[in-house]
Ligand binder design. Structure first.
Ligand SMILES: [Zn+2]
Length: 378
């Protein structure tokens, strides 16, 4: 086996995050059209995360997991990433008894406290790494955060949990942090927060979904490369529907690994969403447990090589109630660099069609080589 194994992943969690109630309706709309007999829970519901906690406590990976309790973030901590005006808007929405902030994004009674816990739990996990308590920590949090921008909510997200943690690392003297976001959606909030910074390399692999309105003006296209001294420090990898395990592995090897090599981070953050799985109601990227396991392994290897093994993992989307938990289990197996899978895939059967994905990855590489001087050096 190559690379090192880690005996333990330190998981930060607090059950208060289950108190964020997102309601039911037609998928994530919160609306009852009046002509359906059966509505469904909002996809970002407590059940998905209950199963993630459960599989890590009772699944075969459990001996490798240590549990730590999260604490709520304090308001001043939030201002390292978000504007005071935006935080006031959230507090007012909470005081008023709740509000839909944008499509599908409901701040209901209990949501604000859960958001503070998600942000604080992620900050605790990062502080744990910065203090040298563990090299690998996982913030198992909801509501998710990677769409939340400095000034606005988006895509089920209120506070940017990963962004706050990255800023904490920077403020603690860690001068180069790399973020790899494998949620099926563009990590637009994190990208926006560090768009003009050369201290944070943000890389996002996502479905080619484009902008989705005023709450998400960013396109996620390859030409959103960062601004000013941040130019070249935001790398977008939009991938075609059905990219699959081998397509993701190819993108990780051909695009992500060389980008990390050039940046040489002191700490890495992996932003995980299981909505890039083959069975997710919110994504079409067709990853299976095998693909997640391989991505986890690659990221661990990069962290060992460039960041002295320091890796924070932050939970984002993933909406299939049972398979998301399995895919998380597989990702962490990969991060542990275990020699054999601990858990077999209960449902994956799709034959892959990675040819289009390979072509897209090659064309992105060519674009970076033409546009970014650091990519022309051999
Ligand atoms: Zn997502």
């Amino acid at each position: 086996m190559d690379g090192s194994t880690s005996d333990q992943i330190h998981v930060f969690w607090h059950s208060g995050m289950l108190d964020h109630e997102t309601g039911s309706g037609v998928f994530d709309t919160g609306m009852d059209p009046g002509f359906l007999d059966v509505l469904e829970k909002h996809p970002e519901n407590a059940d998905r995360v209950k199963n993630m906690v459960s599989i890590l406590k009772k699944g075969p990976i459990s001996p490798y997991i240590s549990w730590f309790s999260g604490t709520p973030a304090r308001i001043p901590q939030l201002l390292s990433f978000h504007t005071p005006e935006y935080i006031d808007e959230l507090r007012q929405a909470d005081a008023a008894g709740g509000k839909m902030l944008c499509a599908g994004t409901f701040l209901n009674p209990g949501s604000w406290d859960a958001s503070l816990l998600a942000a604080g739990t992620t900050l605790s996990a990062m502080q744990h790494i910065l203090d040298g308590q563990s090299k690998i920590a996982f913030a198992l949090v909801r509501p998710p955060g990677h769409h939340a921008q400095p000034t606005q909510a988006d895509g089920y997200c209120f506070l940017n949990n990963a962004g706050l943690a990255v800023q904490l690392a920077i403020d603690s003297g860690c001068s180069r942090v790399a973020v790899i976001d494998i949620d099926v959606h563009y990590g637009n909030g994190t990208a926006e927060g560090f768009y003009c910074s050369d201290s944070v390399l943000t890389i996002s692999l996502h479905m080619n979904h484009g902008s989705w309105g005023p709450s998400h003006p960013q396109t996620g296209c390859i030409d959103e490369l960062g601004d000013g001294k941040g130019f070249g420090f935001n790398l977008n990898i939009p991938l075609p529907n059905g990219t699959g395990d081998r397509g993701y592995e190819y993108a990780m090897t051909e695009l992500v690994a060389p980008a990390i090599l050039k940046f040489d981070p002191l700490l890495m953050v992996m932003v995980v969403g299981q909505d890039s799985s083959a069975f997710d109601p919110n994504g079409r990227q067709c990853l299976t447990m095998a693909g997640y396991r391989e991505i986890g392994r690659i990221v661990r290897k990069l962290a060992d090589k460039h960041a002295n093994g320091r890796l924070l993992i932050v939970q984002e989307g993933g909406y299939h109630i049972t398979y998301s938990a399995y895919c998380l289990h597989a990702t962490l197996e990969g991060v542990l660099n275990l020699p054999h899978p601990l858990l077999s895939d209960p449902i994956a059967y799709y034959p892959e069609d990675e040819a289009l994905a390979f072509k897209v990855v090659d064309s992105i590489k060519q674009y970076w080589e033409e546009t970014l001087p650091v990519w022309r050096e051999k």
